[in-house]
Design a protein around this ligand. Structure first.
Ligand code: 5GP
Length: 194
């Protein structure tokens, strides 16, 4: 997606050969016009998939997921990273190792918000080693719902997550694919057919 790639080039910061900082438009400050365009793009890509629910992870997945939900006209559920006092015992849970925080978190979704008949689109900001996506997929499986695909804003294609998910037969749609962060530069992967 050209708009997202341009934003990454202009406002992204390469922190190391494996970490890209996008606090200026996704992870701290949010660009609502970009999020609206992202929501529209995902809605178009998954328009024929019969999506009934979007599942993401707090907090950075919420903005793009909400805009996608708006364009697809379906509810958005975000998995919580800590058990809240207001979440009751009826929870689907999964353990997720965080790439950036280097620690494990339990994520949880109430039974109320994902049902066996749901056709779920998982969304997240980044795809690195695939642990967040696998944790969300585990929750979809526990609910007996169907996974229709995974939408990612920025896939770091040099890490293993993309292949891990594709080898499981999951449809992965990434709006920007980064091939390398070497030498402090963002290099995008070649587009198929380009
Ligand atoms: P994974 O679970 O695929 O290893 O990592 C994905 C999660 O880690 C995302 O939810 C995202 O929050 C975080 N993450 C992974 N790589 C990066 C990165 O390069 N930059 C930022 N800002 N977050 C990342």
């Amino acid at each position: 997606m050209e708009l997202l790639e341009r934003k990454i080039m202009e406002e992204g910061r390469v922190l190391s050969t494996s970490v890209l900082k996008v606090d200026a438009f996704i992870n701290h400050q949010i660009d609502p016009v970009l999020m609206d365009n992202i929501g529209l793009e995902f809605a178009e890509r998954f328009s024929g998939s019969g999506i009934t629910k979007i599942l993401t992870l707090e907090s950075s997945g919420i903005a793009p997921a909400q805009m996608t939900g708006l364009h697809l006209q379906v509810p958005v559920v975000f998995a919580r990273k800590r058990k809240s006092l207001t979440l009751n015992d009826q929870l689907y849970t999964s353990e997720v190792y965080s790439f950036t925080k280097e620690q494990s978190n339990e994520i949880a979704v109430s039974h109320e918000f994902i049902e066996a008949g749901d056709h779920v689109l998982i969304l997240d900001d980044f795809l690195a080693n695939g642990q967040a996506a696998l944790g969300l997929l585990h929750i979809v499986e526990q609910a007996g719902a169907s996974l229709e695909g995974i939408g990612i804003l920025i896939e770091k294609a040099f890490q293993e997550g993309g292949n891990l998910l594709k080898n499981k037969g999951v449809r992965v749609e990434s709006l920007a694919r980064v091939a390398s962060l070497n030498s402090g530069r963002v290099q995008f992967a070649e587009k198929v057919g380009a």
